[in-house]
Design a protein around this ligand. Sequence first.
Ligand code: ZN
Length: 338
Amino acid sequence: MFGPEPMAELPPSPVVAKVEFDTDGIHHGFLRMPYSRDDSAWGSILTPITVARNGDGPTALLTGGNHGDEYEGPIALFDLARNLDLSQVTGRIIIVPALNYPAFRAGTRTSPIDKGNLNRSFPGRPFGQPTEKIADFVTRNLLPMGDIVLDFHSGGRTLDFLPFAAAHVLDDKQQEAACFAAVRAFGAPYSVKMLEIDAVGMFDTTAEAMGKVFVTTELGGGGTASARTAGIAKRGVTDLLRHAGILKGEPEIRETRWLDMPDDRCFTFSEIDGLMEPLVDLGDPVKQGQPIGRSWPIDRTGQEPYTYTAKMDGILVARHFPGLVKAGDCIAVLGVVD
Ligand SMILES: [Zn+2]
């Protein structure tokens, strides 16, 4: 069976939110998901959540750790949950710094429990594996409360990105304009009209289909954060909340460069296992046909390297991070300066 079942026929989510959503104040709690296992027969997974509410107004849903090895989002959101000044809030902010909590605790992209990739598990299932249950809870319990949604990503252990916020080209042009206005307010050094390799099962796709103003990011990578990228995340989320009218004040206007990802010529995939030699670095301009990297065969000496060339003019937006690549790995992503 493929695709989401009609929501009305689904049983309620087994996840219980141990936090107040509708009372003024800053509430720290957990999303508790029953998870019976060898080392804890009636155990559960406790995912930290903070809800800040001050009167009526719009709701922002802020998530990090959708992939467990991406750190700028969790840093910005643990910080926000600790340091938020409620007197500056109008409406509600729901903060989940580490959405795929088992993956976050393991420092891995996917869950160590079920190998679930949360951002390919939406809209999820209430009776599925833990990762599907998280997606289902977000889809049916958290997303309906949200007016504006920010889901933080970075490159994780296998990619490294220029720091950008992004939204997608949508059929509903009014919704699309609202999404790109929010991307502008985030104010990352780069802002991207993003093309997905495989949009099925993504949080993004589910939120957009529900009509939400949705912003995502890619803020760095390599399985760590830097002072610069953590700062971009913290300033970005604050200014997004100001833009939404949830935090007092106007967003600070920072310079951003708009990039377009027009089609799949943006992506370059490795065709052999090898040792990657980058020929350009992140942010470098490239011309169509220009060599951007080559992969040295590593099973013997004296072999020609396999050369990868740019399929269009643009700048290098992302690269494979570890030095060794396998056939099929994404090794480079190009963006076109708008
Ligand atoms: Zn990610």
